[in-house]
Structure formats: structure tokens, C-alpha cells
Design a protein around this ligand. Structure first.
Ligand code: ADP
Ligand code: TRP
Length: 322
């Protein structure tokens, strides 16, 4: 049996890019597999960037509610909050003592972040050690991640091997799983949709605000009658991912022939989003109204996670002579 594990940082409310690119595929994978799966909210990692207790708490709930609203089944998947399993920080320390400082200095993600952020703290630097601990603490075999996380997975494999070689077989060496067909969702400006770019579509706002975000999508300035290339249109790119094949074909033909304006296309997209995500939005708001319920689910998940974590930690402690 292969254990699947992945973590998600809670740096804000997940946007449409996160939902279509990461949440829906991961939930599908967790629900389809007969293997054990672990999915957690990496709120300790978020602390490297967010220093506001209320925001951290809100983001954790928003992230948890999104996963649940998109079908994560907490009876099947061990769903927990990283900070509820303090064993992870102990393991992160042991791992840090087995990984060369010079190698950690080569991490791309630290280089990128340290160039763009004002708060370059040591947590940001040792981030990959905590991430390695997240994975090794559960004997995970498979870790589904985006391409940007591949180097972190290499570091995890490296530190696990170094420890095993020096102290004896202790850790399972995990493998990254990259979703080849992970969709690249464009934002309102046509660039990759990203929190940091002010180009997101947040489906968890009221209809009026949601409509405003859609109306903000940048387009060319062609008149209604002009034929348009659908592949070059930011509205169509989103429509294509959300609507049914028949509806996509219909709109495509209208674009090519001319006769459909950008305003109308945006209206169509807005209605599709409302329709497709109606159930998820309702569930999301319901969960946020019942935070106690979400809290209880996360604590049950953490309880299960800690049982496993303590077993692995016991193994590591004995290896280092504690
Ligand atoms: P952001 O770029 O908004 O900060 P994150 O880096 O926190 O998003 O990404 C969280 C997850 O969502 C990752 O698995 C990432 O691959 C996925 N993701 C983020 N933006 C997009 C996008 N525009 N299209 C597809 N997937 C995305
Ligand atoms: N660093 C990951 C990201 O930014 C989140 C994460 C933390 C993670 N710990 C993990 C992912 C362990 C997979 C496994 O997306």
C-alpha cells in the first residue's frame, strides 16, 4: 500500500486557480485511491509570511472549508492542521542537524522569496526542513505537488537518505507525483492566476463582487461583429475550463463567426461559474457558519495523525540515542 500525503499553505482564501489546479485533482485522487491519504493545512509554514493571529486563523478555516466544500471526505482522508501535531517541529530539528547548511542555501524558493519579501526570517530559510518533516513523519510514499515544489521533495529525499545512511534505515524515501495535466489557470490579466498578482477570481464572495471580478477580465478591443480568436481571449480561456464541451463549442463558433461581444461572453462566464459552483459555495458558507464543526473535524484528524507521527518519532529518537 502506498501512502499519499500533501500539504497546502493557508496564505489566503483559495482562488479559482488553486481550486481548479490543485484542490479538485487532489480530492479526486484521495477519493479514488484505496491507499491511505493525508492532507493537511500547512499553517506553520504560513507563519513565515503572515504575522497576524486573526488572519492566520481565518485563512486556516477558509482553506479547510474549501477542501471540504470540494468533496474532501474526512472519514477517508486524514485531514488535519499542521500546528496540531507538534511532533513535526521536533523531527524538523533532527533533520536540520543532518542537512548541510550550504545545500539549504541553494534552494530556489528561498532565493525567490528572499528577493521579494521584506520579512526574510530564518523560518523561511529552514522551510524545507519543516516540509521534509511533514512528509517523513508519516512514512509517506507519494507526495502530489506542483512543479514549484519539486526541489523541496528532492531535499526531503536527500535528508532522509543522509539520515538512513548515517544512523540506519529509518525513513521511507518518498516520491513526488507531478500532475502532468495540471491546468494552468489564467487570471483576469491573462497571466497565471496568483494571490500575489491581484488578478484572482475568488468564488467565495457575494454574486455582485464575483460579477465585478469577471467584468475586470482584460480583453482586446474588438467590436461585437468582429470575428475573434478564442485562444487569445482571457474570458474564453476560463469559460473553456468551466463549461461543458457543447457550450464551449457553441461559444467558439460564435467567436469565430463574430456577433458575440466581450460583455456578453463575460456574462456567460459569470453565469456558468454561479451554476457550476453553486453547491460548493453553499457548502463553504455553511461550514464557515459552523466553525466548531470544522474545528472538531480537524482535531479528530490531528488525533489520528499524531498516533502515526509518534510511532515514527519514537523510531527517530531511538536512532539518535534519546
Ligand atoms: P498562489 O500562486 O496564488 O500563491 P500557491 O502557490 O499557494 O498559489 O498554490 C497553491 C496550489 O495551487 C499549488 O498546488 C499550485 O500549483 C496551485 N495553483 C496556484 N495557482 C494556480 C494556477 N493559476 N493554475 C493552476 N494551479 C495553480
Ligand atoms: N510548501 C508547499 C507549498 O507551498 C506546502 C507544503 C508544506 C507541503 N508541507 C508540505 C506540500 C508537505 C507537500 C508535502 O505548496
Amino acid at each position: 500500500m502506498a501512502k499519499i500525503l500533501t500539504g497546502i499553505q493557508s496564505t489566503g482564501t483559495p482562488h479559482l486557480g488553486n481550486i481548479l489546479g490543485a484542490i479538485i485533482p487532489a480530492v479526486k485522487m484521495a477519493n479514488l485511491t484505496d491507499d491511505e491519504s493525508y492532507l493537511f493545512i500547512a499553517n506553520m509554514h504560513s507563519l513565515t509570511q503572515i504575522k497576524d493571529d486573526k488572519a492566520l486563523k481565518e485563512n486556516t478555516f477558509a482553506t479547510a472549508a474549501t477542501w471540504l466544500a470540494f468533496g474532501l471526505d474526512p472519514r477517508k482522508t486524514c485531514f488535519y492542521r499542521q500546528s496540531d501535531v507538534p511532533e513535526v517541529t521536533e523531527l524538523a530539528w533532527y533533520l536540520s542537524c543532518f542537512f548541510p547548511y550550504q545545500r539549504l542555501k541553494l534552494a530556489h524558493s528561498f532565493k525567490d522569496k528572499s528577493e521579494n519579501l521584506k520579512d526574510v526570517n530564518s523560518g523561511l530559510f529552514s522551510y524545507p526542513m519543516l516540509m521534509s518533516a511533514d512528509i517523513l513523519l508519516y512514512d509517506a510514499d507519494i507526495v502530489p505537488v506542483g512543479k514549484d515544489q519539486l526541489q523541496h521533495l528532492e531535499i526531503t529525499r536527500d535528508v532522509a537518505s543522509r539520515f538512513n545512511n548515517l544512523m540506519g534505515e529509518t525513513f521511507i524515501i518518498p516520491q513526488a507525483k507531478i500532475e502532468d495535466d495540471t491546468k494552468y489557470i489564467t487570471g483576469t490579466d491573462g497571466e497565471k492566476m496568483s494571490k500575489s498578482k491581484n488578478n484572482i477570481i475568488d468564488i467565495f464572495v457575494d454574486d455582485k463582487k464575483l460579477r465585478k471580478q469577471i467584468m475586470k477580465i482584460e480583453t482586446q478591443s474588438l467590436s461585437v461583429e468582429d470575428p475573434k480568436n478564442p485562444e487569445e481571449c482571457n474570458v474564453f480561456k476560463l469559460f473553456e475550463i468551466i463549461a461543458s464541451e457543447d457550450d464551449v463549442q457553441l461559444l467558439k463558433n460564435q467567436y469565430l463567426k463574430g456577433g458575440v461581444g466581450y460583455g456578453e461572453a463575460k456574462e456567460l462566464l459569470f453565469n456558468k461559474i454561479l451554476k457550476r459552483f453553486a453547491g460548493n459555495r453553499e457548502k463553504y458558507f455553511e461550514l464557515l457558519e459552523n466553525k466548531d464543526e470544522v474545528e472538531a473535524l480537524l482535531l479528530t484528524g490531528a488525533h489520528k495523525a499524531r498516533e502515526q507521527a509518534q510511532k515514527v518519532l519514537k523510531r527517530v529518537r531511538s536512532r539518535v540515542g534519546f
